[in-house]
Design a protein. Structure first.
Length: 263
């Protein structure tokens, strides 16, 4: 890579780290950039997964206050995420590269739809929590608690499979699932989401170390950028205009789909 290409990858890592901490879908920033600098799709995906791990960890640490008292859930959900992430990573290196190239445009387009729908999901989550709280107050009882049961556990596992295989917008999926099936506030849910992303990306990265080809320059640049972006995202990410952020993600994702399908 040239100096300018390395700079682009580094900056993409910063953006992805911040976006992943706030909502997810940072892969839709880094993956197209890695394709643009000449990496094959599977190598780009593997290198990206490895590089984003430190950023996910930085984001999770930034939400440690919201994670107080969540250890039982993290163990339960984390086990499902670990199993799913390992399965997805194994599928990526087992299936032929042509299968990945064929399915990725569909996955990216699906992720873009999720990013666009995220505000509606967030409003639905808020309305559901408000209704549950109001009903509990009217009945003179505490607000409902729970861990989402086996349905949420299964969904988290399947999201882990998706995350281990490709991962774009897995954070959006997790936010939607947990937001609709858990009674907690959005910040707590986001903290849990960040930990689960660390587990999925981490187990996939470890698997790729032994079972796939990694572009170490790209992975290192993304790791440095994502670590900085993750830390910044946890501190100031909520100040970013959501509409502008989603517009950027959709634009970059469409560029990636165009490149994969027509170039």
């Amino acid at each position: 890579m040239t100096v300018w290409e390395m700079t682009a990858v580094l900056l993409a890592g910063v953006a992805a780290g911040g976006i992943n901490t706030i909502v997810g879908s940072g892969t839709l920033i880094t993956f197209p950039v890695l394709l643009a600098v000449g990496l094959p799709p599977v190598t780009a995906n593997v290198s990206n997964a490895l590089g984003l791990v430190p950023g996910s960890l930085a984001g999770a640490i930034g939400y440690r206050a919201e994670l107080a008292g969540q250890r039982p859930r993290l163990i339960r959900y984390g086990t499902a995420s670990l199993t799913g992430g390992l399965t997805g990573a194994a599928l990526l290196v087992t299936l032929p590269g042509s299968a990945f190239e064929a399915v990725v445009p569909v996955l990216i387009l699906t992720a873009l739809v999720l990013v666009v729908l995220q505000p509606r999901v967030a409003r639905a989550m808020a309305a559901r929590r408000a209704a549950a709280t109001a009903a509990a107050a009217a009945a003179g009882t505490a607000a409902p608690a729970g861990d989402g049961g086996w349905l949420l556990l299964a969904c988290i596992g399947l999201t882990g499979v998706y995350g281990g295989y490709f991962g774009a917008a897995q954070g959006v999926l997790l936010l939607a699932l947990m937001g609709m099936l858990l009674p907690d506030d959005l910040q707590t849910v986001n903290g849990i989401k960040n930990v689960l992303a660390v587990i999925v990306n981490g187990v996939a990265a470890v698997f790729f170390l032994f079972a796939s080809t990694i572009d170490w320059t790209a992975a290192l640049l993304i790791a440095v950028g994502a670590t900085l972006g993750g830390a910044l995202g946890a501190k100031v990410g909520r100040r970013l205009p959501p509409v502008a952020l989603r517009a950027l993600i959709v634009a970059v994702g469409l560029v990636a789909v165009t490149k994969l399908l027509f170039l």
